[in-house]
Design a protein around this ligand. Structure first.
Ligand code: PHE
Length: 446
């Protein structure tokens, strides 16, 4: 397959696309509830360390491979392996990435569907003057209704695949330009509100007072997986975007900005959500429902709360939309690279992901007690194993390929940095990121 000629229209477009991929459910929904389930500050601390030591250098590695290969992930890896005269089997890493994003997207779409439901409820004023107990009960009732969940899941898959079918460069650029800044605006308002609540102090204490005793291998593994998930690293999804990166752009600068923003969005959501949790005496380890229960409670007390709540879910929906487009792209571009029409590829992939997503839908009702591994039902399984294990394994292999295997000249050119900066990056990936990821994976799995 020859190289792709498609390019993001500007540097800004590339940065927005990567930001769109990174900022999503991971920051606003998963970060707070994972923090809640993993002891608060201990998790937060590890997550930031992993973002800096693993996430950043590996994100550069992944995008760099895409830019050097200028093809879909599998084909880029095959091409670069040929160029460096090493085993062609490296291309299977692209397939592993496609499998990873397949399972992630299947549950991602279901949870994004929840925000569609909550957007509509907010607009209808369903949460006005309701007690926290009633709001909690209405979430449980929603989860127990597979038809409503399937409807929202279907709608979200249609949204995602229609943009992917239209070609992402055109599709996403427009969406990102307007929506991402709005989302940050609302989060800042929410943060401002959190400061005025009585639980703010407790939330800050809980998030920012390091508690080393809460660190277990399980917490370490979850924090590492979450760092990969939130930055969208390890699934060859950013590799797919790197293929369209303009030639003259600085890769490290773009990546650094995205990672900082990603941390900020997570922190802001965490502060807002835990202030509400502590103000109302709710349980921080409530799990995946945390955001969907806490936010309606908080907004039901604010003047004009329903409007803010509706705006919040609308923007969350957009943030998840730009992430899910990134999740779908590596699978679709793989088929396009093999000669498929983009629209056909999008329909096939979308249909398959939708089907598997139904198992997640049913995990809250009919299949709730069907355990696949240990105590995990299907939703628990796909929302844990692919993010926390597949992504680090994928990231590890991507880093090994980038730092030890591919041709040095191709790497220097695609990373686009000075020789000194290149050596720094190479040293970091070879002697910090790769061993650290391997050690955490092996130890915590044993
Ligand atoms: N980073 C996205 C989020 O935080 C999820 C994602 C993971 C997207 C992997 C692409 C690849 O919601």
């Amino acid at each position: 397959m020859s190289e792709t000629l498609e390019r993001w229209q500007s540097r800004r477009a590339f940065i927005l696309a990567v930001t769109g991929a990174a900022v999503g459910l991971g920051n606003i929904w998963r970060f707070p509830y994972m923090t809640g389930e993993n002891g608060g500050s201990a998790f937060l601390l590890l997550y930031v360390v992993f973002v800096v030591l693993l996430g950043l250098p590996m994100m550069m590695a992944e995008i760099m491979i895409g830019r050097a290969g200028r093809r879909s992930p599998m084909q880029a890896l095959a091409f670069l392996a040929e160029e460096a005269d090493i085993s062609r089997h490296w291309k299977w890493l692209g397939l592993f990435g496609a499998i990873t994003v397949f399972f992630i997207l299947s549950f991602y779409s279901v949870v994004s569907g929840w925000s569609i439901e909550y957007l509509v409820s907010a607009v209808n004023g369903s949460f006005v003057n309701r007690s926290p107990q009633e709001i909690g009960a209405s979430f449980d009732a929603f989860l127990a209704d597979p038809l409503r969940m399937t409807f929202n899941h279907t709608l979200f898959m249609l949204l995602t695949m229609s943009v992917v079918a239209a070609g992402i460069v055109n599709g996403i650029e427009k969406l990102n330009n307007v929506m991402m800044p709005l989302l940050y605006g609302i989060l800042i308002v929410l943060g401002g509100y959190a400061v005025t609540t009585s639980g703010f102090g407790a939330a800050m204490h809980w998030l920012f007072t390091p508690d080393v005793s809460a660190i277990t291998w399980g917490v370490v593994l979850n924090a590492m997986g979450h760092a990969f998930f939130t930055l969208a690293v390890g699934a060859c999804a950013l590799m797919a975007y790197g293929a369209y990166m303009p030639d003259e752009q600085s890769l490290p600068r773009a990546v650094f900005g995205v990672a900082m923003l990603d941390i900020m969005v997570a922190l802001l959501s965490g502060i807002a959500i835990f202030s509400i949790v502590f103000t109302h005496g709710l349980d921080p380890s409530e799990g995946p429902g945390l955001m969907f229960v806490t936010l309606p409670i908080a907004f039901s007390e604010l003047p004009g709360g329903q409007v803010w709540l509706g705006a919040f879910f609308l923007l969350l929906l957009i943030a998840t939309w730009t992430s899910s487009i990134n999740l779908a792209e590596p699978m679709v571009s793989m088929l396009v690279g093999a000669g498929w029409r983009r629209s056909r590829a999008a329909i096939l992939i979308g249909g398959l992901v939708w089907l598997v997503g139904l198992l997640s839908v049913l995990s809250f009702s009919t299949l709730a007690d069907v355990h696949w591994i240990g105590e995990m039902n299907f939703f628990a399984l796909v929302s844990t194993i692919p993010p926390d294990i597949f992504l680090p394994v994928g990231g590890l292999l991507i880093a090994i390929f980038a730092a030890w295997k591919m041709s040095r000249e191709a790497a220097v050119a695609a990373l686009g940095v000075s020789p000194g900066a290149f050596r720094l990056w190479l040293g970091l990936v070879r002697y910090v990121s790769i061993p650290l990821t391997a050690v955490v994976l092996v130890t915590s799995l044993i």
